[in-house]
Design a protein around this ligand. Structure first.
Ligand code: PSU
Ligand code: MN
Length: 315
């Protein structure tokens, strides 16, 4: 049997379909950070605010999730609410996509799965909070997020506040280098560390303005170098957390995860919620601030990319 085209699994919301028909730039948004990264109701409030910020900048937001056996590109407010309420929502990465779609369940897409769906829908730019990465202790646990392999193969630019310090950021950057994924930084030389601005590791290339970022990305894809690009944006200064405090809390959350035998895809949501509890909600405020900031930068990049024709070398 001839398989159905992958695009037949997609259902676009009306605003997304209209934006694509008019050739307006889009920014994809993930849903795992809504369903598994933040508590209700801050999660749905943030998701709505992020969408509004992208619209203000002249791009169209496309929040991606799995519903009723279809990949949904763009959600109504009621659908966002459904995803955000505590309940049975699958955390869906590349591995989980067929299960959630075939069973018709409700699925929140990770960075990896959102990249897959965005690429299928023809969306080049995606804004999130932080990417998954190589976990501390990975040499024993083999816990390396599928986000990194996805960045190696799927051509979407991912705007993020770096990777959380619960991860081994040095090894995460090594892994990305091995797989040919460029890490751009905006506004500073170093890769960001999510709750704090500076991971202590240099990004590969610093490109502060969106026209330069767009030229870089267009050149990569024009060359046939498939795969993603990471654009690291540090959390705005007033919202950043003190490094010593977040480091101590991270160590405690990691120890609790180990003691309780948390493994597999439960690790990241567990650590996030423990850090939120241990900081008395202050890490949540930081998380919200950085996601909003990333959305604005992503909207600017989407507009710039839409105006960046294929580069070509000089003859
Ligand atoms: N980082 C965050 N918040 C999140 C996540 C990452 O700051 O909610 C989510 C993203 O969806 C990311 C996923 O793709 O966690 C990574 O999970 P894992 O480590 O299981 O691949
Ligand atoms: Mn993992």
């Amino acid at each position: 049997m001839t398989p159905a085209p992958a695009s037949s699994w997609l259902v676009r919301s009306e605003p997304v379909a209209a934006a694509q028909a008019d050739g307006r730039p889009l920014v994809a948004l993930e849903s795992t950070l809504i369903a598994h990264g933040m508590p209700y109701p801050e999660n749905v409030r943030t998701a709505l605010e992020v969408q509004a910020l992208i619209r203000e900048k002249g791009a169209e937001p496309a929040t991606i999730a799995l519903m009723d056996g279809r990949i949904r590109i763009g959600l109504s407010d009621a659908e966002l609410e459904r995803l955000a309420r505590p309940g049975q929502v699958h955390k869906a990465s590349r591995r989980d996509l067929p299960f959630v779609l075939a069973s018709g369940g409700l699925g929140a897409t990770t960075v990896a799965a959102t990249m897959i769906c965005a690429a299928l829908a023809g969306i080049e730019v995606f804004a999130t909070g932080g990417i998954g990465g190589v976990h501390r202790g990975a040499p024993e646990t083999f816990d390396i997020s599928a986000d990194l392999q996805e960045l190696a193969r799927t051509s979407v630019a991912v705007v993020c506040a770096g990777a959380k310090s619960v991860l081994d950021i040095g090894l995460t950057l090594e892994y990305l280098e091995t797989h040919g994924v460029p890490v751009l930084s905006c506004g500073q030389d170093n890769f960001a560390a999510f709750y704090t601005r500076d991971s202590g590791h240099r990004a590969d290339f610093r490109l502060d303005d969106e026209a330069a970022q767009a030229r870089f990305i267009r050149t990569k894809w024009d060359l046939g170098l498939a795969g993603g690009v990471v654009l690291s944006v540090p959390v705005p200064q007033p919202a950043a957390m003190p490094k010593e405090e977040i480091d101590a809390i991270t160590r405690q959350a990691l120890a609790e995860a180990r003691e309780q035998g948390i493994a597999g895809k439960a690790v990241t949501p567990f650590l996030l919620s423990r850090i939120q509890a241990l900081t008395g909600g202050r890490s949540l405020a930081t998380n919200i601030a950085l996601v909003k900031n990333n959305a604005e930068i992503a909207a600017r990049l989407a507009l710039a990319l839409a105006n960046t024709a294929p580069q070509g070398g000089s003859a």
